[in-house]
Design a protein around this ligand. Structure first.
Ligand SMILES: C[S@@+](CC[C@H](N)C(=O)[O-])C[C@H]1O[C@@H](n2cnc3c(N)ncnc32)[C@H](O)[C@@H]1O
Length: 418
């Protein structure tokens, strides 16, 4: 067993020295599994190493990050730092939907790590790719090196205008069109974009949705989300299905919000008691599993004796070994999330006034699972402000946009009293 001492590299000295909290242990476990897989792309390994380095998750058994890399992975400190830096480059490039193709090796990204601004990195990469394409071949590490060297102005390039920053934006609901507001949010500053978009089924003056609007929001989401960020978009099932292609850059999954307490009126054929939530991310997202566990059911509990042990456990893993035990908090959530809708009975309890108000418990779950305290959550179509309220209650920052001035006013009132 190694002794634990203060970090010696002097850069990453936040957090207590010594024993890891349960959450830190689970972060370490997740990051290490990524590295151990080995088959993961270099930038995923780099991101995992960066998390372990920056949060000092190695500290329980190793004195320094260098010692951790050497003993745990047979990796030199410079090599680990190269991987971390290259993963940051890929994260920057991946926020730009105009960037076609990402570096496939750490060597390809290495020269770009010398450029400090995301805009410089994007410009250099696009140029290197274009030059290689003109020569009829794929981009190489030499191409990026040559591009960075051949553009002396690149290294001294300044961002066009001062970065807008978050001052004045955070922890507020702003009245106006999100298309105009979203560009004010800085790149890679947001942990989760969680929104319940207009359905586009003529529910009222507020209910306008178009492919173009969804494209703008997705484009902005790619820009403002951190590499570990998550995207949740509630929509009408049929309208969302028609726009599925728009969400592709976020590698979308179709989650379903299911509620049993739907009203019995309105629709002459089959009624509604579900709504899609498009869930997307580009990198390894924050996923605080404990925040979203659900009870085991009769059929999931039969897995205890299922012959397929490699896939059927829901328990804790220790030292890489599976354990046949159930987690006290419940099983992992699946792609159907059940929460009562804010209709009669629930509406009174939640003080509903917005026609499309979503359950606070559902929004709290999404905020808690996809973000950490202090993170920033954005809701471009904030309506009655349920996402913002959930964020505030859980110690996250929020930014909300609402086009309807009266909704925005009432939303601010709700936040002030919630
Ligand atoms: C489905 S509701 C959101 C309800 C909210 N999730 C809640 O729990 O109260 C969508 C909201 O988006 C607003 N909206 C529609 N288009 C907008 C736009 N372009 N920018 C900002 N808000 C918009 C509508 O006025 C409406 O209040």
């Amino acid at each position: 067993m190694y002794t634990t001492a203060m970090a010696t590299n002097g850069q990453h000295n936040s957090g207590a020295v010594g024993t890891l909290t349960t959450r830190e242990q689970s972060r370490l476990g997740r990051a290490e599994r990524t590295i151990a897989k080995g088959l993961k792309s270099f930038w995923e390994v780099g991101m995992a190493l960066k998390e372990i380095r920056d949060q000092r998750l190695y500290r329980q058994h190793y004195d320094t990050f260098a010692e951790y890399c050497a003993r745990r992975w047979d990796l030199s400190r410079p090599r680990a730092y190269q991987l971390c830096a290259a993963s940051e480059v890929v994260a920057d490039l991946s926020t730009d939907v105009d960037v076609r193709g990402l570096p496939e090796s750490e060597a390809q990204a290495r020269a770009l790590t010398r450029l400090k601004l995301p805009a410089q990195r994007k410009q250099a990469w696009k140029l290197a790719v274009a030059r290689a394409a003109a020569a009829g071949r794929a981009v190489t590490a030499k191409d990026t090196e040559h591009t960075v060297r051949s553009l002396p102005n690149l290294a001294s390039m300044k961002p066009s205008g001062p970065p807008p920053g978050l001052r004045g934006l955070r922890d507020k609901v702003h009245t106006g069109d999100c298309v105009e507001w979203l560009p004010k949010i800085p790149d890679r500053s947001v942990a989760a974009l969680i929104t319940d978009a207009p359905y586009g089924i003529g529910q009222g003056g507020w209910d306008e949705m178009s492919r173009e609007l969804a494209e703008v929001v997705v484009r902005e989401a790619l820009r403002i989300l951190k590499p570990t960020g998550s995207f949740f978009w509630f929509g009408n099932n049929e309208v969302t299905a028609g726009m599925w292609g728009v969400f592709q850059p976020l590698r979308p999954r179709w989650l379903t919000w299911f509620y049993r307490n739907s009203s019995n009126i309105g629709q002459p054929t089959f009624g509604w008691n579900s709504q899609v939530i498009v869930y997307g991310h580009r990198g390894q997202p924050v996923f605080n599993l404990d925040a979203a566990r659900v009870p085991y059911s009769a059929n999931t509990s039969t897995h205890r004796v299922n012959h397929d042990d490699s896939t059927s456990r829901f328990g804790i893993r220790k030292n890489g070994q599976s354990q046949k035990c159930y987690h006290a908090g419940g099983r992992k959530p699946m792609d159907v999330l059940e929460f009562p809708a804010v209709t009669a009975g629930v509406a009174e309890a939640e003080g509903r006034w917005h026609p499309a108000q979503k359950p606070l418990a559902l929004m709290r779950t999404l905020v808690a699972v996809a973000t950490n305290p202090g993170d920033l959550v954005v809701d471009p179509f904030c309506g009655g402000g349920t996402t913002c309220l959930a964020a505030r209650q859980l110690g996250r920052h929020f930014i909300g946009f609402e086009r309807d001035a009266e909704f925005a006013r009432k939303c601010r009132q709700r936040l002030a009293s919630g």
